[in-house]
Design a protein around this ligand. Structure first.
Ligand code: SF4
Length: 345
């Protein structure tokens, strides 16, 4: 067994009583996304099962299915430059860092997360800016990773300012899980600096109502008072939020903080995440129930990134062509057919 993992497991055991399927993960060799947590989120995990499942690895992660992939969205195929993904003509995603405050066990970018890549350099940043300048069709830049808010303020604001200076109407989206997993990172000064980067949207990921603590509400209030628009992209996760009461509570709670629930994502086919995926049929049922429980404004779009690089589509029945022996066949915006597996449990 890996000595480092043994030390981490021993330290964790002093804080939280580990279960067998959790200790088994530490004791089994395999292709693993490193464990990473922080005291704030670990404390929440001790109190709530939905948080615990997102934070603590279990041996189920070491089950790899044939339908799963290390790059489920085929991002490498759409990378004109290292760390840049240009999948849709009007926007690019930039992997600013591979660092996160917490390694979410459902992460679809787990083959990049926490793998020891250096942060985006200013030279790389400038090459990306040159690319954006010769592609006027690009209207939005999504800064993602990893989590860009794990950067110190100086490099973070440097990167943001460089992209901000490309064009006044270039929209910057900053994707972060920090408000949910380490909200004390967001203070008055950071919120004021981010305000200067307008038009900037913060796209966050809250998956469970227990992530909406006093600390996270304070972080969201600071961002709201700085006038920064905020939306949430939750992931539908088995054993975490796969029922309409939990999700209704999450979405109402976000709305009360000025955060619009934007997407509810069906799980991607990332390696070792089958235990988190919810069957599509159950996802549709949850959405039907949610329509009775929350207003249209609080209802996100249920969506999926189609396996095989088909891109993002809303999971509406109008895009479902048929069911066959492999699963559900959808049509994407390029009028191509892609199958999402049935995976009933
Ligand atoms: S914060 Fe995002 S990139 Fe980081 S582990 Fe969680 S889901 Fe993955």
């Amino acid at each position: 067994m890996d000595e480092t993992l043994l030390t981490v497991r021993q330290r964790l055991s002093q804080i939280i009583s580990l279960r067998k399927n959790e200790t088994d993960w530490f004791e089994t060799d395999g292709d693993k996304m490193v464990y990473k947590g922080n005291p704030y989120y670990l404390n929440l995990a001790g109190e709530d099962e939905g948080i615990r499942k997102q934070l603590l690895p279990t041996v189920e992660e070491l089950t790899f299915l044939e339908i799963e992939s290390a790059d489920p969205l085929f991002e490498k195929m759409h990378s004109p430059l290292p760390r840049m993904v240009h999948r849709y003509s009007n926007r690019v995603a930039i992997l600013v860092t591979d660092r996160c405050s917490v390694h979410c066990r459902h992460c679809f970018r787990r083959s990049f997360t926490g793998t020891g890549h250096a942060d985006l350099t200013m030279a790389e940043c400038d090459r990306m800016i040159a690319y954006i300048k010769i592609h006027p069709e690009i209207q939005e830049v999504l800064l993602t990773g990893g989590d860009p808010l794990t950067l110190e303020n100086v490099p973070l604001l440097d990167i943001l300012s460089r992209f901000r200076s490309v064009r006044d109407n270039l929209i910057i989206r900053l994707a972060t899980r920090i408000p949910a997993v380490l909200p004390l990172r967001i203070d008055f000064d950071l919120a004021r600096e981010l305000e200067k980067m307008s038009p900037l949207w913060i796209v966050m990921q809250f998956n469970h109502p227990s992530e909406l603590t006093d600390e996270s509400r304070t972080a969201l209030r600071l961002l709201r008072q700085a006038g920064i628009p905020m939306v949430n992209q939750a992931v539908l996760l088995r054993g975490v939020n796969d029922n309409s009461d939990t999700l209704a509570s999450l979405f109402q709670g976000l709305m009360a903080q000025g955060v619009k629930p934007y997407y509810l994502f069906q799980g991607d086919l990332a390696r070792g995440t089958s235990h988190f995926r919810v069957p599509l049929r159950r996802g549709w049922q949850i959405m039907d129930e949610l329509r009775q429980k929350v207003s249209g404004l609080a209802l996100p779009t249920y969506a999926v990134d189609l396996p095989g690089g088909g891109g993002k589509i809303p999971l509406t029945r109008s895009l479902l062509l048929r069911e066959d022996e492999k699963g559900y066949v959808f049509i994407n915006t390029d009028k191509r057919e892609y199958t999402y597996p049935r995976e009933e449990v």
